[in-house]
Design a protein around this ligand. Structure first.
Ligand code: ADP
Ligand code: 5GP
Length: 188
């Protein structure tokens, strides 16, 4: 049986990475797609683990060669999901998560309507800003740019199959687990 595709989106700083790290430790049979990006790596990020960090030229070549399932520009950088990896992983029977922004999510849902879409919401914009600043990974201009994107992204949440508010981390994790259990049971 082929695997099921899950798409997780949500504003920058809402806690997607934090949630997914714990979730994937508890669910080692679920795979996470590693995206390509033209963004500069953060201090603790590793090429090939967090992202494939590539140049704009390499990214454009991949677009030209039709290598992406989806790609989008976000906050001045390009991000994309390689088609080959997704097809191979699902064919091998693994359930797979794409952690991507809303335009990419829309592209994938159009191509693969069976994909399950989950949007992670902040309890408030103020909390989102606090988390984004507290992470200390972005400069001021990038923080403002990402907060400006947040309202547009929250507006797109209405088209997602599920929404989770990441207020209390354990509760959000529980809700994520329940969604996966429900959707994975539907496969059988
Ligand atoms: P994203 O991957 O969505 O950009 P991160 O996972 O990097 O966001 O989280 C941004 C910051 O918010 C991190 O410093 C993280 O520790 C913190 N954070 C995540 N979830 C919660 C939560 N439920 N309560 C408080 N802080 C959180
Ligand atoms: P960050 O720079 O904080 O790692 O990611 C910025 C945004 O890009 C996040 O919303 C993240 O989910 C999204 N993103 C990461 N990889 C991809 C991808 O392959 N495609 C798309 N469309 N968005 C991505």
């Amino acid at each position: 049986m082929t695997g099921k595709l899950f798409i997780i989106a949500g504003c920058s700083g809402v806690g997607k990475g934090t949630l997914l790290k714990i979730f994937l430790e508890k669910n080692p049979d679920i795979k996470l797609s590693i995206s390509a990006t033209t963004r500069t790596p953060r201090k603790n990020e590793i090429d090939g683990k967090n992202y494939f960090f590539i140049s704009k030229q390499e990214f454009q070549d991949s677009i030209k060669n039709n290598e992406f399932l989806e790609w989008a520009e976000f906050s001045g950088n390009y991000y994309g999901t390689k088609k080959n990896f997704v097809e191979k992983t699902l064919k091998e029977g693994y359930d797979l998560i794409l952690e991507i922004e809303v335009n990419g999510a829309k592209q994938v849902k159009n191509k693969m309507p069976d994909a399950v879409t989950i949007f992670i919401l902040p309890p408030s914009i103020e909390t989102l800003e606090k988390r984004l600043r507290g992470r200390k990974t972005e400069d001021e201009a990038t923080i403002i740019n990402r907060l400006n994107e947040a309202n547009r992204e929250i507006e797109a949440a209405k088209d997602f199959d599920y929404k989770i508010i990441n207020d209390n981390l354990d509760e959000a994790l529980n809700n994520l687990q329940k969604i996966f259990e429900k959707e994975r049971n539907l496969k059988c």
